[in-house]
Ligand binder design. Sequence first.
Ligand code: ADP
Length: 747
Amino acid sequence: MKLQYKAWLLIVAAVILLTLLAVGVTSLALSKSLADLEQEEATQEGDRAKQLLDLQLQDLVATVKDYGYWDDTVLFVEGKDDAFLADNITVENLTTLRVAEVMVLDRRAQVRAAAHIVPGQGLVMTASPLRTLLVDQAGDVLADASGMKTTGTYVRQGGELYMVGVVAIRSPAKPNGSPVGALVMVRRFDHAELLRFSHVLMSSVSLHLLDEHEHAQKGAMIPISSSRAEIHAVIEDSAGRPIAELVQIMDRSIAQEASRIVLTTGAEVLLAGLMIGGLLVLLMDRWVLRRLNRMHDQLGQITAQGAEGDAQIRMGGQDELTVVAQGINALLQRVRHDAAVQREAHARQEELQLQLMQSQKMEAIGRFTGGIAHDINNSLAGISGWIRVAMEDLPSDHPGMEALDRALKGSSYAGGLMRQLLAFSRQTEPRLERLSMSDLIERARSLTAAGMLKRTEVVVTSDVDPSQDQVMADPTQLQQVLMNLLINASDAMAGEGRIHIVTERRLWSGNDDVHSLPGVAGLPVGEYLHVTVRDEGPGIAPEHLDRVFEPFFTTKDTGRGTGLGLSVAHGIMGRHRGSVGVSSRLGEGSTFHLMIPVATAVASGEPGEVQHAAGDQARRRILLVDDDDSLRHAWGRLLERKGWDVVRARDGEEAWLHFQHSTTPWDVVMSDLAMPHVDGRELATRILATPNPPPIIIISGHVDGPERDSLLHMGMSMVLSKPVDAEELLAALQRIVRQKRDTSGAA
Ligand code: ADP
């Protein structure tokens, strides 16, 4: 059931209940007070009837008193007027006085005369059965010596009620004299008297004589119907005993009026209740229910729109419903925001998944190309070795010389290609060269200049002497780092502004303030070149600052940024035993910090020593181990030409035999890493375990950073990656021999 209908039902039920309650309570209260009123009226009415009856009795007593104070009566009692009876006690007289019996007593309460009217017979000159009673009453009056006492009382006898008046008979001449007798008059309260009384009372009255055991209901009102009730007024005798009741019939107009009022009031209350209820329902409908309905409809629309909609609950007014609507809107906003964040996270996750798949694909291609490049490298090394041998054998003006020279250049070009392939496959360690940082910066600047808008200016400053800014670095990789930083800076400034590149030398003690040198945590202590690339762009938001080096983190539009530039830079700097870090504040541009170890000083004339090696008088002994025949022989021959005494071995097993059985000490052992039977590592382990082992050079087509570290840690003097340039190899050998000589000399 709709809330609206429920509210209607509730209000109507409440109104009806309240109305019934109000009517009930009102009628109860009204009936109670009206019943009290009715009872009071009945009591008053009863009292009035009784008072009126008492007045009649007093009337009778007054009449008796008239006769008692009369001279004729006195004379009669004293026996001096015998005609008194015949003159006064007649049927006419008694009927006029409405008296049924008369009794005259002398001062000793002896009955002097008595007469009573018997219906149907007339006046009988004797006392009635009331005689004893009447004599008693007269005795009481006579007992009062003052003669002032009178008695008016009611008497019941033989199913009739009588009013009795008794007075003392006194001479008017002696008002203070004692009574000479007593006069008693009795009025029968018969039907005619009752009728008369009813007329006087102006209300119909009946008489109810009480039995001995019957209780009187003085002042009681006894309802006999809804419209009529009896009122009982009690009549008592001289001793105070109830002997009869006057019963009046009363119209219950108050009760009738009360029920009429209750009914009318009830109807009015019901009507008023219904009207107020209706008004309440209307107001509630207008103020609450309709608005709730509207809110419900709007919520339905919002739900239909789903999480991507932008609808809100519109609710006018300033009351609680408006506050609830505002609360729901805020909640809605939050839910939508959360949903958007989740959608974004999901999309990012999917993008990451795609990129992961892409990078896995790239890695597979890398491995594939790396494998091919490795084999071709070996062949190229052999080819170039043999070409060099041939060139050594031929006179310099030989016509074949040019062809050999071109072939050597061709193989060197192919070697370069292979290096690029290996760089792409990321399987190669950086090919470290001694380089000038300022040259590198200049090269990176000119390479990026074309891609940047003409309005980007790169300002390069350095407080390092050009002869002191040497680093050992792979030029391609370090250039890539610098170019990535320049492109990012230019992008951040939308191609318009200045980029400052500053180079300085810094000694990193390990405890310096890392805030001024972000990214250096964990760098080994030493001397570094510190290169900063600062732009005047908008800076990086604090919440992004920690994430810019994460792979695939980008704030650029799809197609413009891959999020790999800084992570690649990070990897490259790590491989160069350096670091990259960033400091930035919103609105103040960004500064990227590069740290790269300064190259140790090179003894002057060192590069020339390669050429002089051939002229070295003492021949050096080298054990050359490689499973590639072509390479082994080409290098063997080349080394021999350069004055080396070369012993060749095709694997570790053979080399170990040579090593053990040689009586002449070895100057150098140069071995490939991956070989059948005993590999380069095993051979080196065995050699290093002998007393006074010679320096060992490992030369391999595929050795990564950790493996290189572990080999150097084992005690190798040098680890070289193929393809190795002949010049480079000879220079390295030269250096090692000199180092060995220096150490043994020092020893
Ligand atoms: P890409 O350039 O492809 O986004 P990067 O790894 O080079 O990837 O950069 C990652 C993010 O670092 C950029 O998207 C950019 O938000 C932020 N960033 C890099 N350099 C700057 C800079 N100089 N100023 C402001 N933000 C930069």
